[in-house]
Design a protein around this ligand. Structure first.
Ligand SMILES: [Zn+2]
Length: 141
């Protein structure tokens, strides 16, 4: 069993989250993508970035998938959030990646927070609770 999360320093927390992401990605037989940690993210806790091409269809703009790029995780969240909040955010972002690039990779457009995305969240074991990435529970010190 690994070290208590709340006793880890930032580098150890980053390694822990990297492993959490890569384990999920590997478990679903998807390709690993880079993971970056940011000091500048304050409102956003994490995101999955992909290259998209915008295509006009009638009066709508569609986002056409080009390739996955990276996961970005907020250091601020790692420092202050509870483990449960971090797990929810991380799994939410991995679910975006796996929805677009594993489970529905033959679909041309980005899926977003759709029923298909929620299905993937369920496979990964979380409810698609949008509140978790707008806000998180902080560690009580
Ligand atoms: Zn999302």
């Amino acid at each position: 069993m690994s070290k208590n999360y709340y006793k880890m320093n930032l580098t150890e927390k980053q390694e822990f989250v990297e492993k959490m992401i890569n384990d999920l990605v590997e478990r679903e037989n998807a390709k690993k993508i880079p993971i970056e940690f940011s000091n500048r993210m304050t409102r956003t806790l994490g995101y999955f970035r992909q290259i998209v091409r915008r295509k006009r269809v009638g009066n709508k703009i569609q986002k056409i998938k080009v390739r996955p790029q990276l996961f970005k995780i907020s250091n601020n969240m790692l420092k202050n959030a509870t483990l449960k909040s971090i797990q929810n955010v991380v799994i939410h972002e991995v679910a975006h990646y796996l929805t677009d690039w594993k489970f529905y990779k033959n679909q041309k457009t980005v899926e977003g927070h759709s029923p298909k995305f929620r299905k993937v969240c369920a496979i990964l074991g979380i409810k698609n609770d949008k509140a978790v990435y707008r806000d998180y529970q902080t560690i009580k010190k």
